[in-house]
Write a protein that binds this ligand. Sequence first.
Ligand code: PEP
Length: 250
Amino acid sequence: MRRILVAGNWKLNGSKASIQKLVTGIVAGAENLTDVSIAVCAPYVYLPFTAELLTKSVVGLGAQDVSEQDSGAYTGEVSASMLLETGCKYVIVGHSERRALFGEKDMDTARKFAAARKQGLIPILCLGESLAEREAGMTEVVVARQLDAVLELEGVQALNDAVIAYEPVWAIGTGKTATPEQAQAVHAFIRQRLAALDAGVAAKVQILYGGSVKGSNAAELFAMQDIDGGLIGGASLDAQEFLTICQAGQ
Ligand code: PEP
């Protein structure tokens, strides 16, 4: 069976003091959670500090974005090899905030996905529709288009070393969670689309749900057949709340 993964996305939040408190709390609580994988995705500048705090812990480190370039004249960019050297195991690619606020296109995300994999990082590929797209009945069309960009560039086997996160944009940071049934339907759609290409890859890949996951709703989401954990924004900034979500994955 697929193992549950709970990954925190801190976004543009934190200071050395708050991260020290948060990570110390998570590491202490995570010791007893042996049946769930846990990760935290920190802002770039705090990755080395967070890596230090995670030394000898089972909690994995991730970044929130990566350059599609390896090196060169790309001011402000951070490459996958730099993330790897800093202790990262995961990197989020194609988060809806990158797509909506920073103009990231499906193929940009696919190239970031490729750059991450090339260095041995595990990309967490975010897919998801906006409210307008859902209301127009376009959820599957949008999610398929976003997924297909990666499949076209990298091929289905690439998903053997990757994680998918289904994050309906209307549920992110809004307090409005997709019902377990709504989320399950899209997760099953994603898995079926992969199964049409390779049944083994489809059966293995972890598909996380993201969008206002909290301690109070994590268990019912994680109980669904095709939901293999969560990508957690706001609730990952509180150690107790985050650990309650992780506990739901045990
Ligand atoms: C996210 O940003 O990936 C996310 C799911 O945020 P939140 O949990 O706050 O909705």
